[in-house]
Design a protein. Structure first.
Length: 318
């Protein structure tokens, strides 16, 4: 991963470096929104709207992050949805399975100094306004799903830690239904090996069902720490990987973006100054095929997007 990062810095990515910050309105000026989903068509109060689900907190109180729902007004402006659910959590992701909205968010519990327990809470409903209750929780964070086989089954990517997984690797399984998604079934996942990733940790951010290739597309992050005399600087960068469903091997990897590709901004802490946490892609429809929008949380403080001109990503579903 460090080699991929350094190669990416030398210009392997096809990014124009003119990303834009996304602004979220309807909340206090002292609050930050970041690690938010790209705009998705979801049912809200019976009507289809373009919705972004974000992590909201005060920069000095990250331990009390909340999940909130915003409606897109322009490319860079979103407004809080009145009376929509609000609950504690971090780093949301949303998938639609049939007519259901499936929302993942991370619950964090401190178990010792500098040690935390992560669980992913799952909410299911046919309307955003009914996503109040947690349906089930599963271990860990960076867990993602996508429907496969004409929507009859689901692909699941999780991020185990410890043992063979080290600080964090991706692991994959296919399940017959969303109801099968639980801690017991996830014990049967297969670790997905990423080349040259032993000194880093990786996690999935969004899954894509690439039917024509019988592959799973993985928007993912690679991360590592650089120790300095005063603090541990964290680096997160964004890449895309193609997973063969038959042999569970990564067949291609494409670097997408670094922190420097997004707008300049402050960060929550100095140690997070080089963090770009990808949250999703907006794939263009034909004939508008110039670029794909990549959304990301930056420095645990702001949300932004950048155009990706990589033809492999623009034509992802071809």
């Amino acid at each position: 991963m460090r080699e991929l990062y350094e190669a990416t810095r030398q210009g392997l990515r096809l990014t124009k470096r003119y990303g834009q910050r996304v602004h979220y309105m309807g909340i206090g000026k002292h609050l930050s929104v970041y690690n938010a989903t790209p705009p998705l068509w979801l049912r809200v109060k019976g009507k289809m709207c373009r919705v972004s689900v974000g992590r909201v907190d005060h920069r000095d109180d990250w331990a009390h992050s909340r999940i909130m729902f915003f409606e897109r007004k322009t490319a860079t402006e979103y407004v809080l949805i009145d009376n929509a659910p609000v609950f504690y959590g971090e780093d949301p992701s949303v998938t639609t399975v049939g007519d259901e909205i499936v929302l993942f968010s991370v619950n964090v519990a401190a178990i010792a100094k500098d040690r935390h327990l992560f669980r992913t809470e799952i909410r299911r409903a046919d309307d955003v306004m009914r996503l109040w209750e947690c349906w089930r929780s599963i271990p860990g964070k960076d867990n993602r799903i996508t429907p496969i086989d004409n929507g009859t089954r689901i692909a699941v990517m999780i991020r185990p830690q410890g043992g063979e997984a080290g600080r964090g690797k991706m692991a994959y399984i296919e399940l017959d239904s969303l109801d099968d998604l639980c801690a017991d079934t996830l014990r049967a996942t297969t670790i997905i090996e990423i080349p040259n990733a032993d000194d880093t940790w990786v996690g999935s951010n969004e899954l894509h069902n690439l039917v024509k290739k019988d592959q799973i597309g993985i928007l993912a992050h690679g991360a590592f720490e650089n120790n300095t005399s005063t603090l541990k600087l964290k680096t997160y960068f964004i890449f895309f990987a193609w997973l063969d469903r038959k042999n569970l091997k990564i067949v291609d990897i494409e670097p997408l973006a670094l922190r420097e590709d997004f707008p300049a901004s402050d960060t929550k802490t100095p140690a997070l100054c080089n963090v770009a946490f990808g949250t999703g892609l907006v794939i263009p429809l034909k004939p508008s095929r110039e670029y794909t929008e990549l959304y990301a949380g930056i420095g645990d403080l702001i949300q932004a997007f950048v155009p990706i001109h990589n033809p492999k990503i623009v034509g992802l579903y071809d």
